[in-house]
Design a protein around this ligand. Structure first.
Ligand SMILES: [Zn+2]
Ligand SMILES: [Zn+2]
Length: 113
């Protein structure tokens, strides 16, 4: 059985329970969505990096589930983790619309269709 544990957010200092309201294990802060690089996702096992991982973007799975993509501020490793029901929805929406708000090409072409 999983014991309820907490971690302290490396960015905002919030004390976060490792289980979200849905009972799933979480690894990022629900308030600022930052995480810490503790797991080596390439080699497996624990990582010695321990640096801050900032939320980069949203990925949507075929099932429709959202994941937050994190990038380590020190070693640039990319990871993704599931969105929890109490994650900061403003930050999630901001990340989701950012590519549409800042397209790398002019959108005029769509007006001609
Ligand atoms: Zn935080
Ligand atoms: Zn790292």
């Amino acid at each position: 059985m999983l014991r309820t544990r907490t971690f302290t957010c490396v960015r905002c200092g919030l004390t976060v329970g490792t289980l979200d309201p849905a009972g799933a294990v979480r690894n990022h802060c629900p308030s600022c969505l930052h995480s810490q690089h503790l797991v080596d996702h390439v080699a497996g096992g624990r990582s010695d990096c321990r640096s801050r991982m900032s939320p980069l973007s949203i990925a949507v799975l075929r099932t429709g589930d959202w994941r937050v993509v994190h990038r380590c501020t020190r070693c640039d490793e990319l990871t993704s983790s599931p969105v929890s029901p109490d994650d900061n929805q403003l930050i999630l929406m901001r990340m989701a619309v950012r590519p549409l708000a800042q397209p790398p090409f002019p959108l005029d072409v769509f007006a001609q269709w």
